[in-house]
Design a protein around this ligand. Structure first.
Ligand SMILES: [Zn+2]
Length: 182
């Protein structure tokens, strides 16, 4: 059984009330918080992947180190971190990040990226290699970080608010596409 580790981003609870606390990106006008959207989509991804026959473990609210160490100790086969992007209110779309030398992660990222862009109709910003993200360089297994859409872009924000189930289904289908060698 494939073991998939799901990490909704941000909201490390032990830092709450300190200047280091990070709830992720916020759209104040619409009352949207990245950590909450990531948590909601993460719960649904867990549900759909479990239904698809995967073993799923999900962890948020901890330090990045604790998150990748937990995934490594559990022996996850795949690691998926779930995020919303933010920039200047104009940038929009979906992008999926991987560690440069992680070829299997790159394949998984392509499957997830295609599913999200196809089913949500978001702008395809493509796959991006990143060396500076702890959850990508600390994990021992193929790992991706999905930036589903931009929380500070009006159209993307509506999708993030109203289509969480569709994002989750797309991410889960991306995983099953990858596992079937698509
Ligand atoms: Zn984030």
């Amino acid at each position: 059984m494939t073991k998939v580790f799901v990490n909704p981003g941000h909201d490390q609870l032990e830092l709450k009330g300190t200047s280091d606390y990070d709830p992720g990106a916020v759209n104040e006008e619409m009352g949207l918080y990245e950590n909450e959207i990531a948590a909601a989509v993460g719960r649904l991804v867990e549900k759909y992947l479990t239904e698809a026959g995967c073993e799923v473990k999900s962890l948020q609210h901890e330090s990045l180190r604790k998150i990748y160490e937990t995934a490594n100790e559990w022996g996850a086969d795949l690691f998926i971190s779930i995020h919303c992007n933010a920039f200047n209110g104009v940038a929009n779309g979906t992008e999926t990040l991987t560690y440069p030398s992680d070829m299997e992660g790159h394949k998984l990222a392509g499957c997830i990226q295609n599913q999200i862009v196809d089913s949500l109709g978001t702008y395809d910003r493509g796959l991006k290699a990143r060396t500076d993200l702890a959850v990508l360089n600390g994990t021992d297994m193929p790992a991706v970080l999905v930036e589903m859409a931009f929380i500070d872009h009006p159209d993307d924000a509506v999708l993030l608010r109203d289509e969480q189930d569709e994002f989750a289904r797309a991410i889960a289908r991306g995983v099953t596409d990858y596992l079937s060698g698509y």
